[in-house]
Design a protein around this ligand. Structure first.
Ligand SMILES: Nc1ncnc2c1ncn2[C@@H]1O[C@H](COP(=O)(O)OP(=O)(O)OP(=O)(O)O)[C@@H](O)[C@H]1O
Ligand SMILES: [Mg+2]
Length: 582
């Protein structure tokens, strides 16, 4: 309940619009209830002999019957038109408000996603996060449109209908309301069946989609292992299941409509029979009987809506709840209230970038430490090669510096300040990262390189690309620096992506440089070239570089060897290493 109220709060800024929609809703319901009345007047007072009701008698005094007929036909047209326009305007307004609420939630969710710690968005959770951020946010729109507006309109038109009917004739009202339990039971019983079959059909369909997706992704595998016939047989089994399930769903739908029309034909027959007798004995007019018959058919929509509102709201409530869980996650890494800013270093002053690890331990899972009590210090401008077996924690160590996560115990300091006391934005401004797996945005080559320095000139971008030895291959791309790369765009080799990532870090020109195996995918020749420019770049910057090749390690002023989460060696490159690291 709490999450429902909280979800509706996203619509509060639209309160004036909501009042407008409520007014339109009221007017369109009124128009819809007035629609059968002109025909009733025509039947009773134009075709029949009944005097006009006092209101009309006063206004249409002296009109001939054929003039009255024309006027009432015109009124029928006007009422239909008015109801059509009012309900269209009301629906449009409600949809617009629903979408504006959806937009507000999505903006907030995106802002939250951007602050998620690296740890919580790695691995299996990605699918769940995407689902919460894209699909679950629709629940807010559903809650407003179905939960509030549709519910309100159904309730209003039912209530008005019952009031009007009971003022006309209580026996017929009871007869009309007699169909209500029948309709509700049909909706409940068949609705449940249809939903179950629908879900099953949906599941079968989504299995088909994912098989197609998977087949496209593993096509090289299927073809090279000649598994086509086997895969096709498996797929045929799936399409056959999907076919059966859809058919079952449609079968139940047809039964449902049969049951509903049975309920309404019973209602119609009862009203015609009872009403006919009342017309015979003069206690009801034919026009009034027609109004009852018209209202009987108008009962279905609001009843159907009301009977579904519970399930819809419950579903949407769960979705909204999942969104709130994401929004309410505490920030793993956040600014402290009194976080200190980092002013740009004064020219000629003390260089920035002295780093110190003081008894730093880190564990992804409690009780399974990856880094254990690391203590070492690096002077500003020094370069450290980090060496260790795969999985020992090299990338983890680098990730502590931009505070992608914080140490479980111990302190990392920059120029004597605990990183956690610094303003996160300022700290990260001072660090350029080249991640182990090169990341490209869905943008042009130039935009990818300039990501860390918006507004960089073309000359700066080109200089960075030259330093990363990316310029030559970029020029060979179809549109050079303006070629779109990244998801779904031009394909680059892993080595080319690495060089674009390097160029991006070069352009950022930060005092601290974190390079995680930046040249692992390059051939020896390009590596030598990239390392040569790396050496230039490393000069005067505190650099951590994870590396395996001795040629790269040699360029660093110190090596740090990690074994089983501890430092086993820290200092200048030992001569004993000769031509390969131990
Ligand atoms: N997000 C995570 N959640 C849980 N465990 C993790 C996570 N990331 C890494 N690990 C674990 O932490 C350990 C260190 O990982 P890390 O990526 O730092 O190793 P690495 O030294 O960089 O290895 P490589 O040379 O293969 O890149 C590994 O055992 C890994 O399984
Ligand atoms: Mg790594």
């Amino acid at each position: 309940m709490n999450s429902l109220l909280r979800a509706l709060r996203y619509f509060r800024p639209d309160a004036p619009r909501i009042s407008g929609v409520a007014l339109l809703l009221f007017l369109s319901t009124l128009a819809s209830l007035l629609k059968p009345w002109p025909l009733a007047l025509i039947v009773d007072s134009v075709l029949g002999q009944r005097p006009l009701p006092p209101f009309f008698a006063h206004h249409f005094d002296g009109w001939t019957k054929s003039q009255l007929l024309t006027a009432l036909a015109g009124a029928t047209l006007l009422l239909h038109l008015a109801q059509g326009f009012l309900s269209a305007a009301q629906n449009y307004g409600a949809i617009a408000i629903g979408l504006r609420g959806l937009r507000r939630v999505r903006d907030e969710v995106f802002e939250r996603l951007e602050r998620l710690s690296l740890r919580s968005c790695q691995g299996t959770q990605t699918g769940d996060l995407i689902h919460r951020a894209s699909w679950d946010t629709y629940s807010f729109q559903t809650l407003f449109q179905q939960g509030l507006i549709t519910f309100g309109s159904a309730l209003l038109s039912l209530a008005l209908m019952v009031v009007i009917m009971s003022r006309l004739n209580s026996t017929l009202t009871l007869a009309a309301l007699g169909t209500v339990p029948l309709v509700l039971v049909s909706i409940r019983f068949f609705g449940g069946k249809m939903r179950d079959r629908g879900t099953q059909a949906q599941q079968a369909d989504s299995r088909i989609t994912s098989t197609i997706q998977q087949t496209i992704a593993t096509l090289p595998l299927i073809q090279s292992y000649t598994r086509e016939a086997h895969e096709a047989a498996a797929f045929t089994a799936q399409t056959s299941t999907a076919c059966d399930r859809r058919l079952a769903q449609h079968g139940w739908e047809l039964l449902y409509w049969l049951a509903i029309s049975l309920a309404f034909s019973l209602g119609t027959a009862t009203i015609v029979w009872l009403g006919g007798r009342q017309v015979q004995d003069g206690s009801l007019t034919i026009g009034e009987l027609l109004i009852f018959l018209a209202y009987l058919t108008q009962l279905y929509d609001p009843l159907n809506q009301l009977s579904h509102v519970g399930a819809t709201v419950a579903n949407a409530g769960t979705g909204a709840q999942r969104v709130f869980e994401l929004l309410d996650r505490p920030d793993e890494v956040a600014d402290r209230p009194a976080a200190i800013g980092l002013a740009p270093p004064a020219p000629g002053g003390i260089p920035r970038g002295a780093l110190e690890f003081d008894q730093v331990s880190f564990a992804y899972q409690p009780g399974q430490p990856v880094l254990r009590e690391l203590s070492f210090a690096v002077a500003a401008g020094e370069s450290i090669a980090i060496i260790g077996l795969s999985g020992v924690g090299k990338s983890t160590l680098l990730n502590l510096l931009p505070r992608f996560f914080d140490p479980t115990a111990g302190t990392v300091r920059l120029d004597g300040q605990d990183l956690r006391d610094l303003r996160l934005h300022d700290l990260r401004q001072n660090i350029a990262v080249v991640p182990q797996e090169p990341v490209l945005l869905a943008a042009t080559v130039a935009e990818n390189i300039a990501f860390g320095k918006p507004g960089a000139t073309h000359a700066e971008i080109e200089a960075a690309a030259c330093a990363a030895h990316a310029h030559d291959f970029i020029l060979k791309l179809p549109q050079g620096y303006e070629t779109a790369v990244g998801e779904g765009a031009a394909r680059l080799s892993v080595g080319q992506k690495q060089r674009l990532n390097l160029a991006r870090a070069f352009l950022k020109d930060a005092p601290i440089l974190l390079l995680d195996e930046p040249t692992s995918a390059l051939d020896t020749e390009s590596e030598a070239l990239v390392v040569a420019s790396l050496e230039q770049l490393m000069r005067g910057r505190t650099t951590f570089i994870v590396a395996h090749r001795l040629s790269t390690i040699r360029r660093a002023s110190k090596v740090l060897v990690l074994e089983a989460g501890r430092i086993t060696q820290f200092g200048p490159l030992p001569d004993s290493w000769g031509s390969s690291p131990p």
